[in-house]
Design a protein around this ligand. Sequence first.
Ligand code: H79
Length: 557
Amino acid sequence: MSSLCLAVATLALSQPIAPPNEDHRFKWWNEAKFGMFIHWGVYSVPADNTTKSGGRSIAEWHLSNQQLQISEYEKYAPQFNPVKFDARAWVRKAKDAGMKYIVITTKHHDGFALWPSKLTSWRVGAASPFTRDPLKELAQECKRQGIRLGFYHSIMDWHHPDYLPRRGWETRSASGADMNRYVDYMKGQIRELLTGYGPISVLWFDGGWERNEQDLRSKEVNQMIRELQPNILINDRNRLAEDFSTPEQTIPANALPNGRPWETCMTINDTWGFAKDDHNWKPTKTLVRNLIDIASKGGNFLLNVGPTAIGEFPPETDTRLAEVGQWLRKYGKAVYGSEKSPFKRPPSYGRVTRKGDSLFLHVFDWPANGELTIPGLKTPIRSARVLGGPSLSAEGATVVGVPAEKNPIATVVEVRLRGKLEVEDVPLGPDARGNLVLLPNDATLHGGLQVEDGNGTPNVGFWLKSTDSIEWNAQLPASGQFKVSLVYAAEPAAAGNEISVAGLPFTTVSTGSWQSYRMVDLGTVSLPSGNVKLNIQVKKMTTGAVINVRQLVLTKI
Ligand code: H79
């Protein structure tokens, strides 16, 4: 999974970035914050998340998990007969959950078309007995109930004879297969999808990692999409960065650099397609807090539902969606149309979102002293009020008082300021043991450096210039001696750069790759009490790239 994620992240960052705030196409998306992903197709019939060797996987990968020939997989299609499918009910559930858009799999990696495509018989109404058009019914209901619709479309197609490569276990010959003809087919199917169903708000590609931009004729395909639907948003998985990044099953450590739009997609249990034995359902509290966390970092949340082959949402999904909706009906003002937190770090008690000169404190756990301080807030607070609850008093940048009624998921306090929002950098203090643990998200990055997601453990990366540097602002209660340790990664070709770390010299050594992190002890420093700046700078650059930095630790001696 990591190679896919990395490919996606690197691609996204290496492309020029359009200024999303000035682009009218993003207006609804920035306000929406929360959407429903739907994974539904022939794989919903076996509903099996196991692998051939007895491990766990994701159910929509059934053909691959069980290493089936397509003729074996095709046998499930006659059982894909979702007579209980009710677009009106599905859209109603999305709306009641507080979701503002739906993205549905028109075709997953198994190649099965969820609409009556004229270009294949591997589709509903031909390979499957279901003669209705699920996409048409969904599009009509979305329009009727006022919610936007997007289409997921898999580039990888295990079924189409022209798509290459074949799976390793396949007996089907690859001779005569023509990838160029496959792209024509894919274009034809996307054309059907973008001309037959009214306005489509999102084209959500997936499965592009087996081929490059040239093979996939990505520019040409995306250009056609924009001609057919000028206001559409296209994700970053057709080998081009396009409109937004797509972290999968993970929430970035912070907002993405340069205001790059992003959307985390995530499952409610462990699998996307329905799996009868996957009972690992996330609690409602996790789902809502994820949404809050994402909104506080300026992203969107696309939460997945895997309906059954008969066309129903699993009951565990229904209850959670309803509960998320309940929370949003009370506190949605702090989520919809909000902007990311203006602070570098979240407060210890929760998360922050913002609307102009109002802040919203999403309180997960109320501090024992009953005070919500907002570190880094310079503008004094004018008033504070629990959404749907009482007013609280305030002193300077601190909200004082605990409401009698607290929401166990998160209670939101709306904070109005006395003037324009002004924030300042808060120096880091030592931890309980007196050590300074300096992390990417606490740093000030100079030059082209960026914080990368690192699959959940962020690192500073893109260190390509000798003038780039990392700086931390710390506050020490007393002077002392510290051992300096750096956690970094560098591929072999990047070894031999001379850098300075908290004033100590270090010549970089390869750790094996950009992803293999190693801790090195660099010596000791003595630091004065009060405000100190700690940095990593380049003294002499001898290769094209310096290091990735995961953390700098100063251990009290
Ligand atoms: O549609 C959903 C997934 O099926 C798809 N993207 C989301 C939105 C996806 N494709 N790839 N991945 C997710 C991650 C890759 C997982 C893999 Fe595996 C790990 C492929 C091979 C090893 C899991 C285990 C899937 C197959 C075996």
